[in-house]
Ligand binder design. Structure first.
Ligand code: NAD
Length: 322
């Protein structure tokens, strides 16, 4: 694979979303031309507004599940289009299945047509409610195919299968990254994910809503680390799948307490019903990323949270999350 350079062109699908907007930014900073494709289902042009005047940046209003045409050469396709937060994909179940299947088919077709490297944004959710802990890439997962979360989990599992088939049958240069929970500035305050929810509630002095008894664990990775890992894979030529996430594991109750302390909030913790099929534990084994990409997360959770809280505090946080 040729690393996109000053003359390289990168397509970022879902580029107006949380992760996609950082990828657009970083690729432009490296001298690439960036075509950001998005239908704004869960993203927002405001996430890339600061790039509008940048030379080489184009934003295309485009639904990946329909006809996709990009004129000219493309060196790299970063396929990030898909609702990602449970609240979003439960609200858009069919759209999520369509972008994971048809959208991935079209993004792979584009990479094949252009002879470009293709990177699929997969997810730790392919491991479902894992029976192996921490999760290594060799683990096949434990997913309920008819549970409410299956619209996302199975779409991503299908997308991984399709990506692998394009590699084997068509020789497309593909990479699969399994991203674990990532947080940071530009997350939507009401996207339903734990960190924006807890931060918003703490800043407003509302009860912090922890699901179940809060003993379930997650490993949260700061966005700069995740993006560095994704770009390391994009530039490596490695097929993966490879886990990108922070192996530091926290219970949800500990995370809520940390955010309450760091915001100086007096919000009480309120325990609410746990979603169906919510995974009990989640922690990446990142030894493959270290070995193949020389990547490991470097931002401690307190530092990442400090930056995130500062960003949310500067935003008009008015939405209430159930
Ligand atoms: P996001 O919702 O902020 O961004 C997704 C973007 O995709 C949005 O801008 C949305 O409008 C766009 N999109 C959705 N359907 C589309 C379609 N049919 N055509 C064009 N654009 C479409 O989510 P995110 O957190 O930035 O996640 C980006 C990708 O990374 C997703 O594929 C997600 O599955 C994956 N991922 C994210 C995380 C995380 O913690 N953020 C973890 C694992 C995997």
């Amino acid at each position: 694979m040729t690393t996109p350079t000053a003359t390289g062109t990168v397509v970022v699908t879902g580029g107006a979303g949380f992760l996609g907007s950082y990828l657009c930014e970083r690729m432009l900073a490296r001298g690439a031309q960036v075509i950001c494709m998005d239908n704004f289902l869960t993203g927002d042009p405001a996430n890339v507004e600061h790039l509008f005047g940048a030379p080489g940046f184009r934003l295309l209003d485009c639904d990946l599940t329909g006809f996709v045409h990009v004129p000219g050469d493309v060196d790299l396709v970063l396929h990030f289009a898909s609702a990602a937060s449970p609240a979003d994909y439960l609200r858009h179940p069919i759209e999520t299945l369509k972008v994971g299947s048809l959208g991935t088919l079209h993004a792979l077709g584009l990479a094949k047509e252009k002879g470009a490297r293709f990177v699929l944004a997969s997810t730790s959710e392919v491991y479902g409610d894992p029976l192996e802990h921490p999760q290594r890439e060799t683990y096949w997962g434990n997913v309920n195919p008819v549970g409410p979360r299956s619209v996302y989990d199975e779409a991503k599992r299908f997308a991984e299968a399709l990506t692998t088939a394009y590699r084997n049958a068509h020789g497309v240069d593909t990479g699969i990254v399994r991203i674990f929970n990532t947080y940071g500035p530009r997350m939507r305050p009401a996207d339903g994910r734990a960190i924006p929810t807890f931060v918003g509630q703490a800043l407003r002095g509302e009860p912090i809503t922890v699901t179940g008894d809060g003993s379930q664990t997650r490993s949260v990775c700061y966005v700069d680390d995740t993006v560095a890992g994704i770009l390391a894979l994009a530039e490596s030529g490695f097929a993966g799948p490879v886990n990108i996430g922070n192996p530091e594991e926290l219970t949800m109750l500990a995370l809520a307490g940390l955010i309450r302390d760091m915001t100086g909030s007096r919000s009480p913790i309120r325990f609410i019903e746990r979603p169906v099929d919510d995974p009990e534990v989640r922690r990446p084994d990142t030894s493959l990323a270290e070995e193949k990409l020389g990547w490991r997360p470097v931002v401690p959770v307190e530092e990442g949270l400090r930056r995130t809280i500062a960003w949310f505090a500067a935003e008009p946080v008015t939405e209430t999350v159930a």
